[in-house]
Design a protein. Structure first.
Length: 115
């Protein structure tokens, strides 16, 4: 069941607790956004489309790519690793620029269909 509470003067916390699912909570600026989110999570839980996004909210694309380079590419022959993820990898994807997609949470990623 969804619960929405006011946090301070400008925030609303939405929380969904349901038996058999991990507790989900998120903070919003507008109550209407919190209500929409609660309805979406509850709907996903009722159908089989529920995906726990907590880890994706904490993980950035840059972190995923760095882990891939560390765990997968290190096992490849050096020539292959340099071709796939060379020095450009660090300069393009891992620069500390907050506007780059690599530094946004993975949960915010959306795939656009080809038109």
């Amino acid at each position: 069941m969804g619960q929405i509470t006011k946090r301070g003067e400008y925030q609303w916390r939405a929380k969904v607790r349901r038996k058999g699912f991990p507790e989900q909570s998120r903070t919003f600026t507008y109550r209407e956004d919190a209500e929409k989110w609660v309805r979406m999570v509850e709907s996903e839980q009722e159908t089989t489309g529920f995906i726990d996004r907590r880890e994706a909210d904490k993980t950035t694309l840059a972190a995923v790519l760095q882990r891939y380079q560390r765990e997968v590419m290190s096992a490849q022959p050096p020539a292959m690793a340099s071709i796939v993820l060379g020095a450009r990898f660090q300069t393009i994807w891992c620069r500390p620029q907050p506007r780059m997609a690599a530094h946004r949470p993975m949960a915010a990623a959306r795939i656009q269909p080809d038109t």
